[in-house]
Design a protein around this ligand. Structure first.
Ligand code: NAP
Length: 268
């Protein structure tokens, strides 16, 4: 039996175990997916330990996504984003690090028939999810503007992303009227019924992805739907980052429907 896992802290409420195990079951793969909470300073030791124990693949979440970079041979996208959320353990060579949050963003839009190439995109947030979204959208052919509460973080991120610009949340007013795509990559909307984007700036020509997935329908998505925009729930990003990791590890096409059902059963 293969063992896959997730390192993070906290991870007890993670939806990844049921999502991945539904995938193994659907394809008849003899594997289990378990969670680990290493000490805050033990990211590299956890990766080395997993390699020594023959763990087949690891996901990585807060607070380890950046620290794990030092313990793996990171692929160029993960290197540019500055964060690893998926580790593979090839038989010959060191652990390999990937970032599938970026694929989570692009595949979530793709699943909603949103074409990103040639669009004007606005990413709100410049943390881990914001970085993944900004690079993913730029690589898909969008021109990206990053807006963040701490403007300097948005400016720094934009400097690393091709053709991107960055600034404070006040710049949403300038960029959103012309935008085709909007991603909320802040945590606003998770704890309370709040949104980082004034409803008055949303319009029918926007496709809006909210990375927040609890609740499933955030205030931003409600406001976007009311404005006639296309809405993409964060659960789709969560699903497709998992699908991309599953495919990386197993080299097989993931059973997306089975994984989605397992996820949705726990989110509804
Ligand atoms: P992070 O690295 O801690 O970044 C947090 C971001 O939110 C920063 O840009 C921060 O701005 C901003 N922020 C926090 N509180 C704010 C407030 N009150 N007003 C305005 N901005 C605020 O976190 P992360 O890992 O990027 O995660 C962000 C969200 O994405 C979380 O809700 C997480 O669950 C979600 N996420 C979802 C997926 C998925 O698959 N659906 C994947 C990854 C993350 P400052 O820079 O000014 O602090």
């Amino acid at each position: 039996m293969d063992v896959y896992g997730l390192i993070g802290n906290p991870v007890e409420h993670s939806l990844s175990p049921p999502m991945h195990e539904a995938g193994y079951d659907a394809l008849g793969i003899d594997a289990r997916y378990v969670t680990f909470e290493p000490a805050a300073s033990a990211a590299a030791a956890a990766v080395d330990g997993a390699a020594a124990l023959g763990v087949a693949g690891l996901n990585v979440t807060i607070p380890f996504k950046r620290d794990v970079l030092a313990a793996v041979d990171a692929d160029p996208l993960a290197e540019r984003i500055g964060a690893v959320n998926t580790v593979a353990f090839p038989e010959d060579g060191p652990p390999r690090g990937y970032n599938t949050d970026a694929a989570g963003v692009t595949r979530a839009f793709e699943a909603h028939d949103v074409v990103l190439d040639g669009t004007e995109a606005v990413v709100v947030g410049a943390g881990g999810a914001g970085r993944a979204a900004a690079f993913a959208l730029a690589d898909a052919g969008a021109t990206v503007h990053v807006a963040n509460r701490t403007a300097s973080r948005a400016v720094d991120l934009a400097a690393a992303v091709p053709d991107a610009t960055g600034g404070g949340l006040d710049e949403l007013e300038t960029h959103l009227p012309e935008a085709d795509v909007l991603v909320n990559a802040t945590s606003v909307g998770m704890e309370a019924d709040e949104t980082p984007v004034p409803a008055s700036l949303l319009h029918a020509d926007l496709a809006v992805l909210d990375a927040v997935y609890t609740p499933i329908e955030t205030r931003l998505l409600r406001d976007a739907a009311a404005a006639g925009a296309t809405t993409v729930e964060g659960a789709w990003m969560l699903l497709y980052q998992g699908v991309a990791a599953f495919e990386r590890w197993t080299d097989r096409e993931a059973p997306v429907a089975a994984m989605n059902t397992a996820l949705r059963e726990r989110l509804e």
